[in-house]
Unconditional design. Structure first.
Length: 256
């Protein structure tokens, strides 16, 4: 029987980790292995995770090693046929896994990787929907550069056949490691298929590097340099990324 391994990295996520884990337990598909990597948390996350006892597979890092290391370790011990990622501050609607799995089985020849659309919220009370992302139907070698202009694939929306995941896994970038991983898969010949239903809730209320524009530009540059193996191409895509996002905000402002 098909098994899904769900990998959840945790670092000081006491306010949201129960919501994330419980959303996995609420899935209509039941053959799920939950792997939680406690990445050196110093808040009460560890105590919360203890309450789940044998219902989850838990790994404790003595110190914070970063989300890439946490995900890579989770993938290395996963026993499922498919890997699904869930960040500790996001959560899923109950039919997320079943919908995604059905799509990937029906499109077995082309759907080694898939992602769902998502709803974005901007506070911990889940009371305000900010916007809804509409996915691009297919990312492949021909249009992966579009993903670099606007990454519409959030980590918590992705499910991948375990057999196609490279041993190297996520890079050691401290930010934008998700984009670098998606592009590495696409450049190796694996396409990303989109599922239009909004089945993931993406919580922006937790502070992160994206809230600091300068740090985000530096993170993007490092990511693009890794993707294109070129400082010049990284510089070009940094500027294209900035122009694209300014244009998107400008259009959005007048539409509102």
């Amino acid at each position: 029987m098909t098994k899904i391994s769900v990998i959840i990295p945790v670092f000081n996520s006491a306010l949201t980790i129960e919501r994330a884990i419980n959303s996995v337990f609420s899935q209509t598909f039941s053959n799920i292995e939950i792997i939680v990597i406690n990445d050196g948390s110093t808040d009460s996350s560890s105590l919360i995770l203890k309450s789940y006892m044998n219902r989850i597979k838990k790994v404790n890092f003595d110190k914070n090693k970063g989300v890439s290391n946490a995900r890579n370790h989770g993938m290395s011990i996963a026993t499922g046929n498919y890997i699904a990622f869930l960040d500790s501050d996001d959560y899923w609607l109950p039919n997320k896994i079943s919908t995604q799995l059905q799509f990937m089985i029906e499109n077995r020849a082309n759907a080694s990787c898939s992602y769902v659309s998502y709803v974005t919220i901007d506070n911990n009370n889940d009371t305000k929907i900010k916007f809804i992302k509409k996915p691009i139907p297919l990312y492949d070698r021909k249009n992966f550069w579009v993903l670099c202009l606007e990454n519409k694939i959030i980590t918590s929306s992705v499910m991948i056949k375990k057999e196609v995941i490279p041993q190297a896994g996520f890079s050691n970038l401290r930010a934008r490691q998700d984009l670098a991983f998606w592009v590495s898969l696409i450049k190796s010949g694996i396409s990303f298929q989109a599922i239009p239903q909004q089945l993931t809730i993406y919580d922006l209320s937790s502070p992160g590097i994206s809230s600091n524009k300068f740090k985000m530009i530096i993170a993007n540059f490092k990511c693009f340099k890794l993707i294109f193996n070129s400082n010049i191409m990284a510089f070009i895509f940094i500027n294209l990324n900035i122009i694209f996002n300014l244009k998107t905000r400008f259009i959005g402002f007048f539409k509102s």
